[in-house]
Write a protein that binds this ligand. Sequence first.
Ligand code: PRP
Ligand code: URA
Length: 209
Amino acid sequence: MAQVHVLDHPLIQHKLAILRNVSTGVKEFRELISEIAGLMCYEATRNLPTEEVEVQTPVAVAKCRMLAGKKLAIIPILRAGLGMVDSMVDMIPSAKIGHIGLYRDPETHKPVEYYCKLPEDIGNRQVFVVDPMLATGGSAVAAIDFLKKHGCKQIIMMNVIGCPEGIKAVQEAHPDVEMYLAAVDERLNEHAYIIPGLGDAGDRIFGTK
Ligand code: PRP
Ligand code: URA
């Protein structure tokens, strides 16, 4: 079973506390999601392979390490995952970006697909799937199913807030997928919302409610 990493870094936890607050407005919410994603990116890319290179400094040759030609892709689950993309791209400017559009049916809570567009060579890339919320896990499992159908073999899932139900669903369906979360909350409520969570991430990022 691939590892589940819960990132308890003080900066992440501090920003997460403000993010959860019902009084935090759209502008600050957006900024915080992006900042947290940037910090999570730092951890989630920790095991990327590097290779030694020689660099001429103004005074001597330095033996350095650079990413070993790894092809990367960032795949936000729409809509809320979009809020995590910019700061990831700031860190990994050469990454390609794909989009998977899913929304949860309000009655069944099952994901409904409405848009998917992936880089052509996605099967050869290390993929980072990003979505602030992992609730039932239905959206994450569907997104990973879709990526695997397109040949992806190396997939890392990044969520800001998850819960035991969502983690279990991803682990059962995709035991090979490593997961990074900033927090694992207590449970889901009867509407499949994370408790205590932060409410509806998409609405809070885009100001739609
Ligand atoms: C939210 C969230 C996840 C999904 C998580 O998206 O961003 O994609 O719910 O729930 P699950 O684990 O039970 O599938 P939502 O469906 O509300 O769509 P939105 O991002 O367009 O608001
Ligand atoms: N989607 C969200 O945006 N929030 C939740 O708590 C659950 C699903």
